[in-house]
Design a protein around this ligand. Sequence first.
Ligand code: DC
Length: 223
Amino acid sequence: MINIAIDGPSGAGKSTLAKALAKELGYIHTDTGALYRTVGLAVRRAGISPDDKEAVIALLPSVRISLRYEADGQKIYLDGEDVGALIRTNDISSYASKVSAIPEVRAFLLELQRGIARENNVIMDGRDIGTVILPDAEVKFFITVSDEERARRRHRELAARGESLSLEEVRRTMAERDKSDSTREIAPAVPAPDAVFLDNTGDFTETVSRALAIIRSKTERHE
Ligand code: DC
């Protein structure tokens, strides 16, 4: 199986890029952020504070997450309920960021991610895919984008979902989330030593072509 890792900060366009590449290559696309978001949702539904580590850990055995891959992409379920739309709010982003810093939460989601990669040609996006989850991935990308553009994209995305945060608020919460995601002790969102940096600030089609050329050159001998 061929595994491609895409890491980078929030709002860099990892999922959009991964989706486009998966379509082009006929691979599945695993959005691992959705897993942390779903744990965040479960924590919120249980009325637990995401800062209460012990309570979050105690909840894990009852959190049932499953993924399914359909023609239009990944579907994620919590206790059998499709929660794909519910996990995209700003509130759940903050729960996800907090629970993702708990080692037990990361351990809880590890095998699910590795299992998918063992059984499928996959483009997996997240923060620690190239460093922790799939250290042997054939290709690893680390996506960058200017801070300003990142905030603008996220602001547009939230507005489209009816969340009216100011651009300034978006910029602030993103900066907070980035800081904790990249400085946390466990699996910080940092590039793998063998990651290829890909700037996604400019034309998207151009980014996709560059990524495809790199993937093809690195995977030719595997196919
Ligand atoms: O990519 P996203 O915004 O949907 O991710 C939600 C949160 O989950 C984000 O704060 C970082 C965390 N995350 C992580 O720690 N590791 C991953 N592989 C993916 C996401």
